[in-house]
Ligand binder design. Sequence first.
Ligand SMILES: Cc1cc2nc3c(=O)[nH]c(=O)nc-3n(C[C@H](O)[C@H](O)[C@H](O)COP(=O)(O)OP(=O)(O)OC[C@H]3O[C@@H](n4cnc5c(N)ncnc54)[C@H](O)[C@@H]3O)c2cc1C
Length: 150
Amino acid sequence: MSGESVLAIAMTEPDAGSDLAGMRASAVEKDDHWVLNGSKTFISNGINADIVIVAAKTDPDNNPHHMTLFIVERGMPGFERGRNLKKMGMKAQDTAELFFNDVKVPKANVLGEPGAGVIYLMKGLAEARLLGAVGYLASARVSFDLTLAM
Ligand SMILES: Cc1cc2nc3c(=O)[nH]c(=O)nc-3n(C[C@H](O)[C@H](O)[C@H](O)COP(=O)(O)OP(=O)(O)OC[C@H]3O[C@@H](n4cnc5c(N)ncnc54)[C@H](O)[C@@H]3O)c2cc1C
């Protein structure tokens, strides 16, 4: 990994957005690695990413909040990219679908403690969503004012 690697963070799935507990991606521990399966959507930088931090359930039968963050690297067998989704704005940044089919993720690529992923995510998500909301509302307000003045 170089110092200029492009990073993506993959939480969202077709049926799991705000409610991360609904995610279906999962990983099973095996020998010296984890086997990761699932799909993600709406991932910023998903097409260009060299490194993707993927959230997946690691005890789905007993605890829907038991999630682990995995560092998946470009070229790992079973890691595929899907469509670059069309958006109205933010054209400079790709937003993509990602697929993980039996990806062997070395144990060294687990970010933090196994099972603590949801705690790490919740620490940053509230702030990120608040900052986003401020920007989106400001853009909407400016667009409205400019349109009204035409
Ligand atoms: C441009 C773009 C970039 C993105 N980048 C990333 C990324 O890099 N990584 C990533 O993982 N995800 C990314 N996302 C996905 C984003 O995090 C999700 O869109 C977001 O979590 C909302 O999920 P959803 O779209 O499924 O909406 P939903 O969860 O279906 O929500 C739809 C609406 O219902 C509301 N709602 C949901 N639950 C409740 C509730 N319990 N009570 C009241 N209202 C509720 C929501 O506030 C929202 O208004 C990106 C999305 C976009 C558009």
